[in-house]
Design a protein around this ligand. Structure first.
Ligand SMILES: Cc1ncc(C[n+]2csc(CCOP(=O)(O)OP(=O)(O)O)c2C)c(N)n1
Ligand SMILES: [Mg+2]
Length: 521
């Protein structure tokens, strides 16, 4: 049994004991001195580091635990994120994406942590941990699909840019609302613990939850730490303390010794590390993972000290509240990339040519990813109503109806050229109706109506012929969707010569009605 669990027998007051055994505080010695504790009289918790800002090893007992190619991967993952950041920040300024957040200066906290966790470990991020996604294998196409909210985005375009998520990589989708991921993460860790107790042969796994020091001011932070401590959950809380919560410096955020001191208050094993030192981050997280799995599970808190070199987001101008020279100093004096690079150069693993080649290749890959993702179609408009309830609730149906009215009222405000939009809206009603497309450009000059029918369900028999449609021409295509094992029948009723081409995948958006009215033009 975990030593942290209090036993009822502890609670009895022993005669002449030196300790008070009140239920609320164990092992508290009696004292006849009236003494308040003054936090400022305690020294600050130390910051663990392995390599200093010049890339020199300061812990003589340390040697790298991974081979050269893995060290290079650590560095290139950090480099990739820093290049992605610069390009995407500019892309936002060019109006190509609506929003972006860079993680400059904090790449070691995310890449370093991720690099010592297992794929079975479940991760919860804040929004400045692109390095976690990259290290776990998120591809350029996946980053771009989310950022450009195209049809390949698993979030179906319903999140702000940088709010990634990945089921395959076992990373929960990022939430904008600060701190909410923390109780979720504690709950997940509790579930992991119970599963392990029920099935001791299963592989051990922990949860890792990232957050900024600003998010540690939310109630959720405290709830999560306390529940994780009292339920002894296998979770690693990783705080990136980068000195700011948007424009609020840490001095105005708290008066205690950072976030680490709070871990101690909750009875949680805690360490503060130099977040610019990827080796220190790796060592701390490796050990934290072992601790988290001890005694059937327990939480650990790591506070990674760093500096937010960038503006908070593309919506921020940080020089309104901090001196430019301060930022330049940090960039020049110390950052995670140059620190690892110096160490690698000193160990013959890296040089200027490798740096240039790596940078060029990454830049090319990212720019190609942008141009490909920009051209992709958007997810269907109806997707905004998906995935909350298995069946649409009456109020969601009502919202859909209102959406359709708005689109009909302001057709020029919506890009309804893509058939996904309109067919999805049609299918929501469970009966086939017609949707008039408005031409948005010369190249799509002719308005037309479309009707999709699921042939596996009831469809009009006989099928409509051109005669039924009042002189308009009807195009009939038939094909099978192998995934759904259904045959769809598609009718495109042309009103002019110029018809927007419809593609096979559009067929997924079909009317599910049992009776299909003959279209009236
Ligand atoms: C509950 C809540 N309050 C306020 C905000 C607005 N907000 C967004 S980011 C942010 C700063 C968070 O700072 P920190 O947690 O230190 O993360 P950092 O941006 O420094 O990485 C704030 C206040 C929010 N998103 N959610
Ligand atoms: Mg912060």
């Amino acid at each position: 049994m975990s030593p942290s669990i209090r036993l009822a027998s502890n609670l009895s007051q022993r005669p002449d004991s030196d300790y008070v055994s009140f239920p609320g505080a164990l092992k508290s010695a009696f004292s006849n001195k009236l003494a308040f504790q003054h936090p400022q009289e305690w020294s600050a918790l130390p910051t663990y580091r392995v390599v200093d800002q010049h890339g020199a090893v300061v812990d003589p007992t340390w040697t790298p635990d991974i081979p050269e190619e893995k060290i290079v991967k650590l560095y290139t993952d950090m480099l990739y994120i820093s290049i992605l950041d610069i390009i995407m920040f500019d892309a936002q300024r060019q109006g190509r994406v609506s929003f972006y957040m860079v993680s400059a200066g904090e790449e070691a906290a995310s890449v370093g942590t991720s690099s010592v966790l297992e794929m079975e470990d479940t991760l919860f991020c804040q929004y400045r941990e692109q390095g976690v996604f990259r290290e776990r294998g998120f591809t350029t196409k996946q980053f771009m699909s989310q950022l450009f909210a195209n049809k390949n985005d698993p979030g179906k375009g319903r999140q702000m840019p940088v709010h990634y998520g990945s089921t395959e990589l076992n990373i929960h989708t990022i939430s904008s609302t600060l701190g909410t991921q923390l109780p979720h993460a504690a709950g997940n860790a509790y579930a992991q613990k119970i599963r392990k107790l029920q099935n001791p042969e299963s592989k051990s796994a922990v949860t890792a939850a990232f957050f900024g020091e600003g998010a540690a001011s939310t109630g959720d932070f405290h709830a999560a730490l306390n529940i994780a401590a009292t339920r002894s959950c296998p979770i690693i809380f990783i705080c990136r303390n980068n000195g700011f919560a948007i424009s609020t410096p840490t001095l105005d955020q708290y008066r205690g010794d950072g976030i680490a001191s709070r871990g101690m208050g909750y009875g949680i094993d805690t360490i503060r590390v130099d977040g610019n030192d990827i080796w220190a981050v790796r060592e701390a997280v490796k050990r934290a993972r072992e601790l988290a799995l001890e005694d059937d599970g327990k939480p650990v808190l790591i506070e990674a000290m760093t500096y937010r070199v960038s503006h908070h987001s593309t919506s921020d101008d940080s020089f309104a509240y901090r001196a430019r020279v301060e930022v330049e100093d940090w960039k020049r004096r110390d950052n995670p990339l140059t620190r690892l690079r110096k160490w690698m150069e000193a160990n013959g693993m890296w040089d200027d040519i490798k740096e240039k080649d790596a940078r060029d290749a990454m830049r090319k890959e990212i720019l190609k990813g942008i141009s490909e993702s920009e051209k992709e179609k958007k997810p269907p408009l109806k997707a905004m109503f998906d995935d909350t309830y298995e069946e649409l609730t009456p109020d969601l149906k009502d919202q859909m109806r209102k959406l359709r009215e708005i689109i009909e009222k302001y057709p020029d405000e919506y890009d309804v050229r893509a058939p996904e939009y309109l067919i999805d809206i049609i299918s929501c009603w469970g009966c086939v109706s017609f949707w008039k497309m408005r031409p948005q450009s010369q190249s799509h000059a002719a308005p037309y109506d479309v009707l999709f029918v699921d042939r596996s369900q009831n469809y009009p028999n006989p099928l409509p012929t051109p005669n039924d449609i009042d002189g308009s021409e009807v195009l009939l295509n038939q094909f099978t969707d192998s995934r759904l094992m259904r045959t769809w029948q598609r009718f495109v009723i042309k009103f002019g010569i110029h018809v927007h081409p419809l593609e096979a995948h559009d067929m997924l958006y079909v009317a599910k009605s049992t009776t299909v009215p003959i279209p009236k033009v």
